[in-house]
Design a protein around this ligand. Structure first.
Ligand code: AMP
Length: 170
């Protein structure tokens, strides 16, 4: 299936100069939605994760069905102030300023293998901060999975050593 035909390009969103890769048409079409989850599951199953960490919020949309399909647990990585129990935090740099992500301290038992999922990797800062959170819980990063990779930004180079799975590249 041509998954790219289900990605909508929106110029200048959320800021001038950004070409936003919108995955909502892919999710709205049941065939492309099921196909993308099935393909994702097939490609990451060999990593044998114990848990999936999905990054707020589009990482939830792919991470949760993937966890269901692989038969593993799921933990949300969230923006500050959203998780109710004790959290670990990781702050990372954006083009202008910083951003912070949080993960429950007891999200995984120590020593778990955690697969990190998001819809898209651009500069890699978000996924690298999530890897930092996973390590803070005493677990290891089994791999990273993204629906879309923006190759020009070389986000992979920011990630710690672990397999990277992507469905589409631009
Ligand atoms: P980065 O930390 O630069 O790798 O940015 C990745 C995060 O920002 C992901 O959660 C994406 O959903 C979002 N993102 C960054 N750039 C884009 C883009 N061009 N289109 C859609 N989402 C993007």
């Amino acid at each position: 299936m041509d998954l790219k035909s289900h990605i909508r390009d929106i110029p200048d969103f959320p800021q001038p100069g950004i070409l936003f890769r919108d995955i909502t048409p892919l999710l709205a079409n049941p065939t492309s939605m099921q196909y993308s989850i099935d393909l994702f599951a097939e490609q990451v199953a060999g990593l044998q994760p114990d848990y999936i960490a999905g990054i707020e919020s589009r990482g939830f949309m792919f991470g949760m069905p993937l966890a269901y399909k692989l038969g593993v647990g799921f933990a949300p990585v969230r923006k500050p102030g959203k998780l109710p129990a004790a959290v670990h935090s990781a702050t990372y740099e954006l083009e202008y300023g910083n951003d912070t992500l949080e993960l429950h301290q007891d999200a995984f038992p120590a020593g778990s293998r955690v697969l990190i999922i998001d819809d898209l990797i651009a500069t890699g800062g978000t996924a690298a901060a999530t890897a930092d959170l996973v390590v803070q819980t005493g677990s290891t990063v089994a791999g990273f999975g993204f629906v879309i990779e923006l190759l020009a930004l070389q986000g992979r180079s920011k990630l710690p050593e672990a397999p990277v799975t992507v469905l589409l590249q631009y």
